[in-house]
Design a protein around this ligand. Structure first.
Ligand code: PMT
Length: 410
């Protein structure tokens, strides 16, 4: 049987960034994807139908009623392996979140079971408006994937958050999603192909006695999402985890319990790694002398003497091989960015992902997260509330930009 050609419905909304959807369309077609463009009426004020019709795999569709088929939205929705919306405007996000079906794009979105990837772009004030955040958060809860906008120049000479993500990033994410559904990208074909990515996850457990331990609230969800994302993007992945969450076949799992176990496991694999991402919540302190036998009430309240655990990340940074990219996480409750900046410098990492664990829907045990990715040059990328899987991709988008293209794992 010939391989299935992946079908993408490319929705284009009316924003100044619509011209970049032309590039996304062309690149997808170039790598063998069938692209069916659907433009909203507003989109045609910014880009011409003829441009998309010339580049895409079939002519532009705009209306629920013009096609020979009486139900174009179900033809498009049912046949899609992915619906990609570039740019997703505030108006579109509101209509999609409300379940409207009054134009071809929104009706197609209701008529599909394919993954949906939206790429918002708008002015900073609109992007930061609670109405837009709430609509996006609702869509994320329904499983919609997001390529977050970047900071940069906006229409009218303004500058700030809300600029459409780079077409390279959008195409890479679209191919990753298609790869995850078995459509295009196989092992070794994503932007982390040929790389060894090591991820740590979960909260370590520090024994008090043979039946008790000290631990924290980390579920391992964010670390496991990072491992899955790296594998989807073609990496060979080793996941050192203190969590019992399920892991996809093909990922090497090293189960650990304590900080000492985690340190030993990471040190064993670190010399070969191209990327190390420490999402684990490693205990900072452990009982100095865990009891060999169960502590019993009759002996009274034990004196709990703690000692510091090794700082694994700083140790890995001190011994890293040239070209290796090191990413730390920081779970913070106060002054997250200030503390994150200090941690980035103290730990000697390339990127530090600051996780304000007091933000609604973010941090421990949620399926969603919101973070800020700090880099060693003083830059900061805000990643608004989205699935932990989408946050993982936002982290790897930054990691791939730092990897030396000439160098692979030994
Ligand atoms: O697991 P989830 O429920 O999905 O929650 C995700 C998360 C909140 C745990 C995750 O997003 C997160 O923020 N992880 C880092 C938590 C943390 O321990 O932060 P920290 O500020 O204490 O540590 C900073 C960095 O140093 C981390 O990369 C940590 O792995 C590392 N560290 C810390 C202590 C230590 N002894 N050795 C280390 O290597």
């Amino acid at each position: 049987m010939p391989p299935h050609q992946p079908h993408v419905v490319l929705g284009v909304c009316g924003g100044i960034a619509a011209y970049k959807a032309v590039d996304v369309c062309r690149r997808l077609v170039d790598v063998g994807v069938y692209v069916a463009p659907v433009l909203t009426d507003e989109a045609t004020r910014f880009v011409g139908e003829a441009t998309f019709s010339a580049l895409a795999s079939e002519p532009v569709q705009r209306s629920l009623f013009d096609e020979a088929s009486p139900i174009p939205h179900t033809r498009l929705g049912q046949g899609a392996d992915l619906v990609l919306v570039v740019p997703a405007t505030a108006h579109f996000l509101a209509r999609y979140a409300a379940g409207m079906a009054d134009d071809l794009l929104c009706a197609t979105l209701l008529a599909t079971r394919a993954p949906v990837l939206v790429c918002p772009a708008m002015h900073t004030e609109m992007w930061e408006h609670p109405a837009v955040s709430d609509n996006l958060a609702l869509l994320v809860r329904r499983g919609v994937l997001v390529v977050a906008p970047e900071e940069g120049r906006l229409a009218g000479g303004d500058s700030g958050a809300g600029r459409l993500a780079d077409p390279d990033t959008i195409v890479a994410r679209a191919l990753d999603v298609l790869g995850a559904t078995g459509s295009v990208v196989g092992p070794g074909r994503g932007d982390l192909a040929g790389r060894l990515v090591v991820v740590s996850a979960g909260g370590t457990r520090e024994p008090l006695d043979p039946v008790r331990f000290l631990t924290n609230r980390s579920s391992g969800k964010q670390g496991h999402a990072l491992a899955e994302a790296a594998a989807r993007r073609g990496a060979k992945v080793t996941l050192v985890t203190a969590s019992a969450l399920a892991v996809s076949p093909g990922i090497d799992v090293v189960p650990v319990a304590s900080a000492a176990d985690m340190e030993a496991a990471l040190r064993a694999v670190a010399p070969r790694a191209d990327v190390i991402v420490m999402a684990a919540a490693v205990a900072d302190f452990r009982p100095k002398a865990p009891a060999a036998h169960k502590l019993v009430k009759a002996d009274g309240v034990p004196d709990l003497v703690l000692e510091p655990t090794p700082d694994i990340l700083s140790g890995l940074a001190a011994e890293r091989r040239p070209g290796q990219v090191l990413v730390g996480f920081a779970a913070e409750t106060d002054d997250p960015i200030g503390r994150g900046r200090r941690k980035l410098a103290q730990k000697g990492v390339d990127l530090l992902v600051v996780n304000d664990v007091t933000a609604p829907g973010a941090g421990f045990d949620h399926d969603t997260n919101a973070v800020t990715i700090l880099d060693a040059d003083g830059g900061a990328t805000a990643v608004p509330l989205m699935s932990k899987s989408a946050v993982a991709d936002a982290v790897f988008d930054r990691v791939t930009a730092q990897l030396d293209p000439e160098r692979n794992s030994p």
